[in-house]
Structure formats: C-alpha cells, structure tokens
Design a protein around this ligand. Structure first.
Ligand code: AGP
Length: 606
C-alpha cells in the first residue's frame, strides 16, 4: 500500500528518496512521485507506473537537499500522473505526501471549490495541500495543525513548504510513520524497509503525534503543542534482511527461510522440565491466566486463518473455548467485550488497520488484548498489553509465508502455556515440545519436496477453478491453500470443510475442477478418505496432501506425503506443502509473484 519517504540533510535528496521508494515497492502501488525543495521553491516529478518510470522522468541535476516522495495505491481517483503524490496547493509553495484516507474530502473539496480553488487531481490528499496553503498560521506546524483540525480520517503525512525551507513537518493518525536519525541528516518513512540502508536509529510516532524534522534533529508534539518526547531506538534489521539474495522471488526466499524462522520463534521459549512455554511477554501471571474463560482471536486474511488454527489448538490443549474471527468484521459489529476473555490480535505487519481498530475497540471497552506480531514496535504491538513477537524477520513478498508459519508455532506455544496452567499433563506438554524441536528439520524436509510439488502445481495451474478441502485441523490449511492460490496464481480457489461437500459444492465437482485435499493422520482420517472417494466417483481430479502412513484405500489420483509430526503440529507441515504448490502454479502462469495485482503487503487504509 502507499509509501512515504522524506529526506533532509547534506546529500542530494532525490536519489535517497528514490532508493527508499524502490525499497517500498513490495507494498504494492500504482504511481510514484518526488518533490524536492531549494531556494527556487518546490519541484515535483510524478508518474503513473513503477518507481523506475519516475526515476527516468526525474531531471538529471537535482541538487536540492530536502525532499519528500511517495508510492501511491489508488483510492480516490485512478492511477494517473495527476493523482500521484506529492500534491501542491494553488501557490505551488506547499508539497504534501499522504497515506490514509480523508473521509470528509468531498465536502471540503466542494467548499474550497466554491471559494475559487482549482484542483489539479481527484485525490483527497490535494485537499490537505490547499488547506495548509490557505492557513493564516505563522508557522508550518500551525498550518498543518489548522488543516488537520478540519479533516476526519486517517493519515501518515509529510509536508514541505517553500517558506520554511529548513524542515519537514509530519503527522500520524492511523497510518504508520517513522523518523530515521542520521548524522546531520534525518529521514522520514512509512516503513523501516525504506531507511535500513541509511540508518537503524528509528523513532516510531504514535497516533496523534506530529513532528518537526530538520537536518539536525526532530521534535515530537501533540496537537496542543505539548512535547511527546519520543526517542530513537536501534532496530535489528539490516539491508541484508530485505535483499532477495539472488532468489528468483522473495516469496521463494522467505519460504526457504522457514526452518531458521521456526528456530527463532522457539528460541528460549521451551521449558522441558515443566513441559510448558516461557512467554514472559504476555504480561500475565498464573492467576490471571487461570482466570481466562475464553479466547478470541482476531486477524485478517491469512492471519485470520492462522487464528483459526490457534483457536483449535487452544481448545484442544487448554480446554478453553476459543474462536477466531476476521478483525475486519468484528470491529464493525459492536462486539460484546468480556472481562474474562483473552483477546489475541494476529498480524505480520502490525499495521493492518482493521486489526488495529479491532484492538482499539476492545481496549476502549476494557478488554485485555495481547498480540502475535512480527514487526517489532509496530502499531498493533504497541497497542497491546503484551504478546509474542514471532521473529520471522522482515517479510517482503505480499504473500505471507514465514510469518504465518512462525505465528502458527507461536499459537502452539500459547496453547501449551495455557494448557499447562490448567489440565494438560506434563507428559503431553513434553510430547508437544519434542515435536516442536523436530519441526525446523521437518519443515526443511517439506521444502526439499519442491520439485514434486512443482509438478502438481503446474498441473493445477491449468484449472480455472479448484477446491481445497480439509476438516477440523486440516481446514485452516485448506483455507490458506485456497488463499495462496487466489493471491498469486489468480485462479479461483475455494476452501470447503470436507464434511460440507455434500451440502452443496459436490454439485461443482467435475473433471475440470480439481480438489486439493488436506488429510492429516488423525481421528478424522477415515471420514476424510470417504470424502475423497465421493469426489473420485464424480470424476473430480484429486491431489491429496497427507502423510505416508495414511491409507487412502483405492488410488485417488495424486498424493504428496509430508513428514508426520505430533497431530497438533501436522497442520504446520501440511501448510508448507500448499505454499509450494501455489508458488509453482503461479510461476507456471508467469504471475507477478511478489507483487500480485490489486494487493498490498500491509492494508493500512479502510
Ligand atoms: C497473506 O498472504 C495475505 N497477503 C494477507 O491475507 C495478510 O495475511 C493479511 O492482509 C493480514 O496482514 P497482517 O498479517 O500484516 O496483518
């Protein structure tokens, strides 16, 4: 989704900004632009298309040492040069880049137009540029504040003004923004990836924060001009972490990183003596943990499906009622918040607006929320009272893989911890721990099956539509398989509980509609096999993802056997197989693997 980069210091600003924008490409965008400022005023260059199109359009000699840039994902108005950011006011002395949505933009625009203001774009952001330019305030900070008091909506905002050539003013409300601290140079960005080449000293802004950034420092403050005193912290991310290391795609690189990511999420968290997990970050003591009567898990997309897996694990190991819900729905339905429910927000980016707003809704009603988050210091992580960082490392591909795997493992740890505070035996706790310790090597074994899965993926890529089926433990795997297929191969893929087939979808089974069946070795194995035969009897092509000791009866088409783990952990290994399947299908179709059409890495706007 949209990205912001800003620079002020002693270097030429444009190349720094363009490099930062290129690092944000993975988030998804359809146009890009840069504004630089010197004594002559502000010069804007913007283009629909890729950052390289912008780079080609930039004048060769741009010596200005202050500038802002943006990658835009169209919301208000199409992906055109005119709608690309930065936007300017009528005088051309103001330059604005903005992530988020101004909800009352239409009303403000009408009012400005009736005052004779002419608009150069269809965007909500241009409204902000005009409001800032028309403010009578005697400082840039005052003008930005004037504008912000008139808008409703979300923003990560960076503003330059030719009358104040020594500063960039930024503001954050519902859309991430960080300041990077250099040596007599400062940076602004919406994402760490844009800055890691330059600095690891970062200041995270909170909602409601504004900041003045000059080449020698920064000041953070509220809309009442009270200092918020944010300070810089060192982040543990390097350029290496966000490099593809020669892999054809980031998605492939990130899938291959799963064994090490699995080791990281487990490191220091296994207590073999007591058969439990060390999860100090939850900030819950044993009494508070015992008082939990229900667990409600919230996330979006694949994070929601991992939540379903987590809910199953918590019910199974801790015998606490648990369920998962799409955060995007939960936040809109005036949910009942119970004091003895533990709410768990799941998010790779920690920025997903629907999940963030769900967390805020729960907190507003007095509920306790913990986070399962990858990005350290992200908005959701900071909003929660505690949680588990999954330590997957930076994830660039829009299709999430290693983060989801580490989230699944973190849910096993959470279920183990909750279980051992209740009735899960130490023996079962140790059994799960032994399984977890084997997991990184077993993930490696599944990754080594890539060629086999490639053959199946290529065959499946030829179908316009396919089913993924599973039941209970296998169903979240089926949902994730269908999700990955849709996301990166653009094929229609639908997940169904195997138990529900005969209640409708069986009517669609035909030789043209293949089914990928997830069949773990568990107590439902025979029932799953029964469903396979129903499909085979209707000439539906089948690929079964299972383990070697599952007897499918008569031959039912293709099968892929992943290593067997503990029943509670098998879904994690089965998921690695469906990731590879979707990846190879999408490669066979020549899709844009890391940046699938219409999708963004972090959905930070509503
Ligand atoms: C996963 O492959 C998807 N790109 C998407 O469903 C994602 O999981 C979802 O948007 C949630 O993102 P988050 O984990 O950053 O909150």
């Amino acid at each position: 989704m949209c990205g912001i980069v800003g620079y002020i210091g002693s270097q030429a600003a444009a190349p720094v900004i363009v490099e930062g924008l290129a690092r944000l490409e993975y988030r998804g965008y359809d146009s890009a632009g840069v504004a630089v400022m010197n004594a002559g005023g502000i010069k804007v260059t913007k283009r629909a298309g890729r950052v390289k199109d912008l780079q080609a359009a930039l004048p060769k000699r741009l010596a200005a040492r202050i500038g802002i840039g943006h990658t835009r994902w169209a919301t208000h108005g199409g992906a055109t040069d005119a709608n690309a950011h930065p936007h300017q006011d009528a005088s051309g002395r103001v330059g604005v880049v903005h992530n988020g949505i101004i909800d009352n933009a239409t009303a403000l625009r009408d009012r400005l137009m009736s005052d004779g203001v002419e608009f150069a774009s269809e965007t909500d952001t241009e409204v902000l540029a005009h409001l800032i330019g028309r403010s009578p305030a005697s400082t840039l900070e005052g003008a930005v504040l004037d504008a912000l008091t008139r808008v409703h909506g979300t923003y990560g905002l960076a503003v330059m003004h030719a009358d104040y050539p020594d500063r960039i003013v930024v503001a954050r409300q519902g859309s991430p923004l960080i300041i990077g601290v250099g040596d007599k140079e400062m940076y602004v960005a919406s994402d760490i990836a844009a800055l890691v080449r330059y600095t690891r000293q970062l200041v995270h802004l909170d909602d409601g924060d504004l900041a003045t950034v000059t080449s020698t420092g920064f000041r953070t403050f509220t809309s009442d001009d009270d200092d918020t005193g944010r300070t810089a912290a060192t982040v543990n991310v390097t350029v290496e972490d966000i490099d593809d290391h020669g892999h054809e795609h980031f998605m492939l690189k990130e899938m291959l990183e799963q064994p090490t990511a699995a080791e990281r999420v487990l490191r220091g968290r296994l207590d073999e003596r007591f058969g439990t997990a060390h999860l100090g970050g939850l900030n819950l003591d044993a009494r508070q943990t015992r008082a939990i009567r229900r667990v409600k898990i919230l996330g979006c997309g694949s994070a929601y499906y991992v939540g379903e897996l987590g809910a199953g694990l918590i019910e199974e190991l801790a015998r606490v009622p648990a369920d998962a819900e799409a955060a995007s729905e939960f936040r809109y339905r005036n949910p009942v918040i119970e004091p003895d429910t533990l709410y768990v927000a799941v998010s790779q980016s920690g920025e997903t607006v629907d999940t963030l707003l769900a967390v805020q809704e729960i907190k507003r009603k007095g509920g306790r929320v913990i986070g399962l988050v990858n990005v350290v210091g992200s908005a959701i992580a900071r909003e929660c009272s505690g949680g588990i960082y999954v330590h997957a490392g930076p994830e660039v591909s829009v299709a999430s893989t290693k983060a989801l795997t580490t989230m699944s493992i973190a849910f096993v740890l959470l279920a183990l911890y909750l279980g051992r505070v209740r009735d899960l035996s130490v023996r079962d706790g140790r059994r799960i721990i032994a399984g977890l310790k084997r997991l990184p090597d077993q993930i490696q074994e599944v990754l080594a099956m890539s060629d086999e899965l490639k053959e199946h993926g290529e065959a499946l890529s030829k179908a316009d539509s396919l089913f993924f089926i599973g039941r209970v433990r296998g169903f979240p795997v089926a949902r994730e398989g269908a999700q990955k297929f849709k996301e990166i191969s653009y094929r229609h893929a639908e997940a169904y509980q195997a138990s529900e087939l005969k209640h409708g979808p069986l009517a669609l089974i035909s030789p043209a509609v293949p089914t990928v069946a997830i069949v773990p070795h568990d107590e439902l194995m025979d029932r799953n096999v029964g469903a396979l035969h129903e499909i085979a009897a209707r000439s539906g092509p089948l690929l079964v993802i299972t383990t070697a000791d599952v007897d499918l009866g008569q031959p039912v088409g293709g099968r892929v056997d992943v290593p067997r783990s503990e029943p509670e952990l098998d879904p994690i290994l089965l998921t690695i197989a469906v990731q590879l399947l979707a990846y190879h299908a999408a490669v066979a179709l020549g899709r844009d693997i890391d940046k699938p059409r219409n999708l963004a890495k972090s959905v930070t706007v509503e």
